[in-house]
Write a protein that binds this ligand. Structure first.
Ligand SMILES: [Zn+2]
Ligand SMILES: [Zn+2]
Length: 211
């Protein structure tokens, strides 16, 4: 998405934007689902604030949502951060388990999956893995190639990544429990290539292929 953000937004503009938001100045922005701009202990939707902050430079009108994108590594966030504002992930933002290896097994390895019925694939584990990864890196991205859904697709891609079980189901012992270290976060392309042929690629093999 092109970033049609006028140059020259100042910290005062942003403070005016926050005031305009608090005064319910009409704009076409909706509240953010993932991020908060924190100012004096209050939380505001970062994209709406930037849109309202541009009024002075945009003939007195706020920008519209299609003018620019928000999210990690967006111009919107870097402008706000450079002006000294804090943007953080919303408290209680929950990662979905999204696409995990259960989907693969039900389509391609049904027999294997059934014979390991006692093996529990905790769907919460994929979420936990993402939360920890996010806490460590500030974003989620493919451990094979670095692809970041959010930087490519904006807010729609925020928090999306697939979860790959490093140990093939066929090699698991009955009743074995998955640990977080058994999981890798991968983009859809890498995930598909890992499983395209048997035996599956290890993460090291995947990275080598890409090099
Ligand atoms: Zn990848
Ligand atoms: Zn997988």
């Amino acid at each position: 998405m092109p970033a049609n953000i006028p140059k020259g937004i100042t910290r005062d503009d942003v403070l005016n934007g926050i005031a305009a938001y608090k005064n319910n100045t009409p704009s076409r922005f909706i509240d953010s689902t993932k991020y908060d701009l924190i100012y004096k202990g209050e939380a505001f939707p970062p994209k709406a604030i930037l849109g309202l902050s541009a009024m002075r430079l945009n003939a007195g009108k706020p920008l519209v949502p299609s003018d620019f994108s928000a999210g990690e590594s967006s111009k919107c966030f870097s402008i706000l951060r450079e002006l000294g504002f804090t943007i953080s992930i919303k408290k209680g933002f929950v990662f979905d388990s999204d696409y995990t290896d259960e989907d693969w097994e039900s389509s391609e390895g049904a027999v294997v999956y059934r014979s390991h019925k006692s093996y529990e694939r905790d769907p919460q584990l994929a979420k936990k893995k993402k939360e920890l990864f996010y806490a460590e890196h500030g974003r989620v991205f493919c451990e094979g190639c670095g692809f970041d859904f959010e930087s490519k697709y904006g807010e729609r891609g925020a928090g999306y990544i697939e979860c790959h079980h490093i140990t093939p189901v066929s090699q698991l012992k009955e009743g074995e429990v998955t640990k977080l270290s058994d999981l890798a976060l991968v983009c859809s392309n890498c995930h598909r290539m890992i499983h395209r042929k048997s035996p599956w690629l290890t993460m090291a093999e995947l990275k080598k292929l890409k090099a």
